[in-house]
Design a protein around this ligand. Structure first.
Ligand SMILES: Cc1ncc(COP(=O)(O)O)c(C=O)c1O
Length: 472
């Protein structure tokens, strides 16, 4: 190691070789379709590679060992969580993003990058029917988007809170709302007690018809300012709230309406599925993750606030060494309305993919993963062993045993054991969740290469394992 010189790291020939080797590794992973989804000996392998570490000569080999030991989410039978098998070009351009290493928070630090970032924002603004005055930024995911949107809501409803703290605001959200909403309430100092739950309807959507119950509870607790949360593409079941109905409730109650479309925002790219977002243009703010159903690698979240002034007002810090207004600046400083000071150039992958392949093509990929989930539903409808827990609205589908043990605890244990057995088999990777108080199995199809045959094969695998357990 003592012999290593700075030139060894930057010698063009060696850098090019390293680039090719890493690109080859990434290409193998991106196109993976055989072998176990997770190797059975992943713990032993990982411990072994941690013991061996890496040396300059074994850099790509060490990285390959890490890749091989773990979970292969690019495998078409990985269908566990909302993490995408990335579109290859989007994943491969990441090494350039890292090489450029431009923080797009400050326009002087990344003039071209900020313009590309603004072009991406403008595209999403248009797709969601937001006006030109809407403002937003890319953020590291839906949780940050939800937090940022609630900050903007607080700037609108309790402008003094930024300086003086406080700001008594109630957050009204469907019972299946993602936990990042109540986490944001905690972070903002609104307190998680300020979150009031709205019951779900039979399809696991926020029941707009019962929202008044939560508003009444919040009023009884002394709240007079409200943020109403809608979700398009709920985490557990992918259900989409009736956003028009929620917009009407928000207008009636004078509430700020935030739509968490982290999962379902991608529907804006699909002609067939776009209607699920009807009414989103009336929301005061929204969250959308391109790293979910737009198949971008992590991270690629987005927040938009319809009246952009509230987003700017939400962050009023001075940093004269960074933010200096200039008539010559081609774009605003994104950092003046984001949490981050260093902002990754995540816009590049989204812009490249959308430009190169087109929104309609992305829409067809989204429709494909939803169709694959629907095929699993159709299988369960006909199965004597499994039954659907709901009809999937998108690429998320929950199912359970038709004839579970009578005891709820035993049934929950059996479903958890089946999830573990599927994942240990290496043939597929699934997840589970709790619906109506009971554990159910869950698939999330996040790979455009996953076909209806794949999802049906996974249902058959679950059936085989369930029958095997019964025989024991
Ligand atoms: C509906 C919803 N909102 C927000 C989030 C959080 O997104 P992220 O994981 O990008 O922070 C998720 C994640 O699964 C989600 O499903």
């Amino acid at each position: 190691m003592a012999d290593l010189s700075r030139d060894d790291l930057w010698r063009p020939r060696d850098v090019q070789r390293l680039a090719r080797e890493f690109a080859d590794l990434a290409a193998a992973e991106l196109t993976r379709c055989a072998g176990p989804v997770r190797p059975a000996d992943f713990v032993a392998r990982t411990r072994r590679l941690l013991r061996h570490g890496a040396t300059p000569n074994r850099l790509p080999a060490a990285a390959r060992a890490v890749a091989e030991a773990g979970l292969h989410i690019n495998h078409p039978r990985y269908m566990a969580q909302q993490v995408a098998a990335p579109i290859p070009a989007a994943a491969l351009v990441e090494s350039l993003v890292a090489a450029l290493n431009q923080s797009i928070a400050v326009v002087r630090m990344s003039p071209a990058g900020t313009l590309v970032d603004r072009a991406v924002l403008a595209e999403f603004r248009r797709r969601f029917g937001y006006p030109a005055a809407a403002e937003g930024s890319l953020v590291p995911g839906g949780s940050f988007a939800n937090l940022t949107a609630l900050l903007a809501a607080r700037a609108a409803l309790a402008p003094q809170a930024w300086q003086h703290g406080g700001g008594r605001i109630a957050v009204l959200a469907g019972a299946q709302t993602h936990y990042s909403i109540s986490r944001a309430a905690g972070i903002l100092g609104l307190g998680t007690d300020a979150v009031f739950s709205i019951p779900m309807d039979g399809e696991y959507r926020t029941d707009a018809g019962r929202a008044h119950e939560a508003f009444a509870a919040a009023r009884r607790a002394g709240y007079r300012k409200f943020v109403l949360i809608g979700t398009c593409g709920s985490t557990s079941t992918g259900s989409c709230d009736d956003l028009r109905a929620l917009a009407a409730v928000a207008r009636r109650e004078r509430a700020w309406l935030h739509v968490d479309a982290a999962h379902g925002g991608a529907f804006a790219f699909s002609r067939r599925l776009r209607a699920k977002l009807d009414g989103i243009g009336r929301a005061d703010s929204l969250a959308c993750d391109a790293h979910k159903m737009l198949f971008m690698p992590l991270m690629a979240g987005l927040v938009l606030v319809r009246r952009g002034a509230f987003l700017r007002r939400a962050f009023s810090q001075h940093a004269p060494y960074l933010f200096r207004g200039s008539a010559a600046a081609p774009a605003p400083n994104v950092g003046e309305f984001t949490i981050a000071c260093s902002q990754r150039f995540d816009a590049l992958k989204i812009w490249l993919v959308e430009q190169a392949y087109g929104g309609a093509f992305l829409g067809s990929l989204i429709e494909g993963v939803c169709d694959a989930a629907l095929a699993a539903y159709e299988h369960c409808r006909r199965s004597s062993i499994l039954e659907p827990a709901h009809r999937p609205e998108c690429n998320i589908f929950c199912f359970r045993l038709r004839h579970p043990p009578r005891s709820a605890a035993a049934a929950d244990r059996l479903h958890a054991a089946l999830e573990d057995a599927v994942n240990a088999s290496g043939e597929a990777y699934i997840s589970s969740t709790v619906l109506a108080g009971r554990r159910v199995l869950r698939i999330v199809v996040m790979n455009p290469r996953t076909t209806p045959r794949d999802t049906q094969a996974v249902m058959k695998l679950v059936e085989r394992l369930a029958v095997g357990r019964r025989r024991r």
